[in-house]
Design a protein around this ligand. Structure first.
Ligand code: SIN
Ligand code: FE
Length: 289
């Protein structure tokens, strides 16, 4: 399998200067990996590196686009300091993307920024929710009609523990394997799911197929063990970027990570033909949205 991880040696979130080869690699579904790009914490922020900052009722801590902190415990002062820390990561993650991918600027839609203080290995999850299985991101309640899911991650682990991912084969290979097994799209079911508020908007055929691929990958143990893949330990103090709706990925272990999601309209890509929407449309031979 072709190289799936592209290493970029820079230590500054704002240094700009994109290499067109990195852009093409990212849009081809590869992971841009920055071994020396760390998110710095102040001495007082280190107290947030503890699972107890999370409200056990939430999966993650997040800062929404309006700046509201969710899922955290602690008094108002501590919560404001935590919100500031997550907000600083948001600013740096956006600066990184603006510098690397200037054509996206002005078109990115900010999703909540998340802080994940929990140990990956100890999470018990249903098959569909288990991110320790290779998958491409697709969310049952949030149809996106092809809009891209671009994510910036940084490993904050204070004990030098890596965040270990597996990265799988290119999207077109994944799609070629799971599309033939996908259940057919049903427009009336999509309308019913929307009417029942199971989905926030109408699930398009594209969204249906992405979910079928996501579920098909996760529920196939043979695929999980035997598909072409690399194990990639992202060290503490490193960052990485990928289109998670395209990159086959799984998280195996680690603790303390920040993540920023940015949504991008397909037509703002440098090469829209490399998008999952374009690939699935081509493979199916009909419009999917
Ligand atoms: C995922 O997006 O599947 C999880 C990534 C992570 O928690 O490292
Ligand atoms: Fe994922």
């Amino acid at each position: 399998m072709e190289q799936q991880i592209i290493e970029i040696d820079r230590a500054d979130w704002r240094s700009g200067n994109a290499d067109p080869a990195w852009i093409a690699a990212l849009e081809a579904g590869k992971v841009l990996y920055f071994p020396r790009l760390a998110f710095g914490l102040s001495a007082s922020e280190r107290r947030f590196l503890a699972p107890a900052v999370r409200d056990p009722k939430s999966r993650n801590i997040s800062l929404d686009a309006e700046g509201r902190l969710k899922g955290a415990l602690g008094d108002a002062v501590a919560q404001a300091a935590l919100a500031a820390m997550i907000g600083r990561f948001r600013t740096q993650a956006k600066a990184l993307i603006d510098g690397l991918l200037p054509q996206y600027s002005g078109a990115l839609r900010l999703a909540p920024t998340s802080y994940r203080p929990m140990k990956v290995e100890s999470r018990q999850q249903s098959v569909r929710a288990d991110d320790r299985r290779l998958h491409v991101d697709a969310f049952p309640s949030r149809p996106n009609r092809g809009e891209r899911i671009l994510r910036v991650f940084t490993n904050l682990n204070p004990d030098g523990e890596a965040r270990v991912w597996r990265v799988g084969e290119p999207f077109e290979t994944v799609a070629g394997r799971f599309l033939p097994k996908a259940a057919p799209y049903s427009a009336w079911k999509a309308r019913a799911l929307h009417a029942l508020h199971v989905t926030k908007s109408l699930r398009s055929e594209y969204d249906h197929l992405m979910l079928q691929i996501h579920d098909g990958m996760k529920s196939d143990p043979d695929y999980q063990s035997n598909a072409a893949q690399v194990t990639m330990p992202f060290p503490a103090g490193s960052s990485w970027v990928c289109f998670s709706d395209q990159t086959s990925h799984a998280v195996m272990s680690g603790q303390y990570m920040m993540e920023q999601t940015l949504h991008l309209p397909v037509e703002r890509q440098y090469d829209a033909a490399s998008s999952p929407l374009a690939i699935l449309t081509r493979l199916c031979g009909r419009p999917l949205i």
